[in-house]
Ligand binder design. Structure first.
Ligand code: 5GP
Ligand code: ZN
Length: 117
């Protein structure tokens, strides 16, 4: 846990969020500035700064997060594959467009046009 990290604060419940899913290791919540009709973020509750900081010990956690993304996307109103579907994005580092330094998976969907992406 990192004391001044905004997503750690959200994971601890110190900053409110619109929750999509929560278990011991993972929190999913709606993005505060959605680019698409459905746009939520999935984060590990433990502080991992970025995808570039992931190691072998994180593989089960990341596998679980990725496998969960399509299920949560449907739950949040994305249409099923293949006519619907969704986009999964992990911005990493400055050139990757990462603004919050706590690993997060963007899940976006719903009818186009979108604001971005
Ligand atoms: P990044 O550019 O790092 O991949 O994306 C960070 C995302 O976090 C942005 O889409 C931004 O809107 C979202 N975000 C930043 N601060 C907050 C917050 O306090 N609450 C929520 N729900 N989303 C946030
Ligand atoms: Zn953090």
């Amino acid at each position: 846990m990192s004391s001044d990290c905004i997503f750690c604060k959200i994971a601890r419940g110190e900053i409110p969020s619109r929750k999509v899913y929560e278990d011991e290791e993972i929190l999913a919540f709606h993005d505060i500035h959605p680019w698409a009709p459905v746009h939520f973020l999935m984060v590990p509750k433990a502080h991992i700064a970025s995808l570039a900081h992931v190691s072998e010990v994180h593989q089960p956690l990341l596998g679980r997060m990725l496998a969960m993304a399509p299920k949560l996307a449907l739950q949040e109103g994305c249409q099923p594959y293949p006519q619907g579907g969704h986009r999964v994005v992990i911005n990493t580092g400055a050139h990757g467009g990462q603004e919050v330094q706590h690993l997060h998976i963007h899940v976006m969907g719903g009818p186009r046009p979108w604001l971005k992406g």
